[in-house]
Design a protein around this ligand. Structure first.
Ligand SMILES: *Cc1c(COP(=O)(O)O)cnc(C)c1O
Length: 459
């Protein structure tokens, strides 16, 4: 199928065209996301209760369901200017390879050194911490993207950065660890002996290779037990989705420049931050009844929180030190199969995305990892970019939708979020290429074990 190339391969924005405000989709949501609850009282967390854990301005953002737009401070915009706007790319080569009438666009967030969209929120969170006069921040990281992004942001602002890294990744992904150390972060494998909760988990599960939920507990403990430190989180929270709205805003401005109207918007879902950010301005239009889009979230079949989870209040972490969040969840005790290499392994989904899904604004689907890697390799070979396995869930869905257009002959416009580069995931790619990658879908009985760890809370 030959197409004319009227739309450029890459749509950039000038600095002048870049967004100056974040968009807060909660202001337009008819049903607001459920509030975080204090596990001790069962009541919504107040700002005073959240401030020992998170810095003040971020608490304000976390609780803000009303302001539609929030100014992006000049210092954050200056940092964004170093690596943004990220390109919106027309996937002409992929379209040609698939021989589809569909028009495919991807918003590529992997062009910065941290390799993913996570830097968009890392710089915002580090900025507000610095602005409050804090010494440093603590966090957890799984595969390492968030820790890397936060290390970069903290070194830029001269803030201490302590990262609890899931032990299995710490051992299997030494390069990520050393990028973080290059930017001056202190990296500790989790669970560790350095926190009370870490020692408890090690005593109960000797030899455990760790989990995100467990590393979160350690990072929170480290933050609240030290003067001048706060905890920061790279996904799931309302504030993170707010910062990630920069992705959606830029995408929308770029599309509008050429009068392009997407039919569907597709993103991969771990904790929901890139997806929530990408879709937010489009979701706003959809909720306000101005436009209609199909909005599709994609998750791994091995960690299916939206598609097979319960919508319930749950713990955000294994050690149960964090507030409770209402979300689609597999239970904080759920641990994805060890052969799962595709990321997106958090047990729950952001409260905003969960509520939008529950209200029927979003479709969700799953893919198994080998078909995701197959799509990733096909994409890399025609488009050049080596995608992160996480991002490749969205690629797989976009390719499937583009193939449907071949059958129907429809010229649909598909926009997908390409969240990162796969350079640090070559062990997984190697496995796939050697034919050693296997798929695993948890049974209903296995999911029941995770649901059994849900707290007994109405809401
Ligand atoms: C962390 C990450 C994700 C998943 O996180 P979300 O909060 O769901 O966006 C997806 N892609 C990449 C490259 C990541 O680093």
């Amino acid at each position: 199928m030959t197409k004319n190339h009227e739309i450029p391969y890459k749509i950039y924005l000038t600095e002048e065209e870049m967004p100056k405000q974040y968009y807060n989709v909660r202001a337009d949501m008819k049903n607001k996301p459920a509030p975080l609850l204090n596990p001790a009282t069962g009541k919504p967390m107040t700002a005073e209760e959240l401030e020992p854990v998170f810095c003040r301005e971020l608490v304000k953002q976390e609780l803000d369901n009303d302001n539609q737009y929030i100014d992006i401070p000049e210092d954050i915009r200056n940092f964004y200017r170093m690596y943004r706007p990220s390109p919106l790319v027309r996937a002409y080569c992929l379209e040609e390879k698939l021989d589809t009438p569909a028009n495919i666009y991807y918003k590529y967030e992997g062009g910065n050194t941290s390799g993913s969209h996570k830097l968009n929120s890392a710089i915002a969170q580090a900025y507000y911490a610095k602005n409050q006069g804090l010494k440093g921040v603590t966090t957890e990281t799984g595969a390492g993207q968030w820790g890397t992004a936060l290390s970069m942001a903290c070194s830029y602002l001269d803030l201490d950065c302590e990262v609890y890294m899931v032990k299995v990744s710490y051992e299997q992904k030494p390069f990520r660890r050393d990028v973080m150390r290059t930017y001056g972060a202190k990296v500790t494998p989790s669970p560790s002996e350095t926190t009370e909760v870490g020692r408890k988990i090690l005593a109960e599960h000797p030899g455990t290779t760790g989990s995100l939920g467990c590393a979160i507990s350690e990072a929170v403990e480290a933050a609240v037990s030290k003067e001048g430190y706060r905890y920061v989180l790279g996904s799931v929270l309302n504030q993170v989705l707010l910062h990630q709205s920069i992705i959606g805003m830029e995408t929308k401005i770029a599309l509008d420049k050429y009068g392009i109207e997407p039919d569907m918007i597709i993103g991969c879902c771990g904790g929901g931050s890139n997806f929530g950010g990408l879709i937010s301005p489009f979701m706003g239009e959809k909720i306000r009844g101005e436009k209609d889009y199909r909005i599709i979230g994609v998750e791994p079949a091995s960690c299916p929180s939206l598609t097979r989870g319960r919508y319930a209040y749950d713990f955000c972490d294994t050690g149960k030190v964090c507030p409770l969040a209402k979300m689609y969840t597999l239970g904080s005790g759920f641990i994805p199969s060890p052969n799962h290499a595709g990321g997106l392994r958090y047990h729950g989904m952001s409260s905003i995305v969960s509520q939008l899904y529950d209200d029927g604004y979003i479709e969700a689907r799953t893919y198994e990892q080998s078909e995701v890697f197959e799509a990733a390799v096909e994409f890399a070979r025609v488009e050049g970019i080596l995608p992160a396995p996480e991002s490749s869930h969205a690629i797989k869905a976009a390719m499937d939708e583009a193939k449907k257009c071949i059958e129907t002959g429809e010229e649909k416009t598909i926009v997908m979020g390409l969240t990162g580069t796969g350079y640090f995931d070559m062990l997984a790619y190697g496995k796939y290429i050697d034919g050693e990658m296997s798929d695993y879908i948890p049974t209903d009985e296995e999911l029941e074990e995770g649901f059994a760890t849900l707290p007994d809370i109405e809401g």
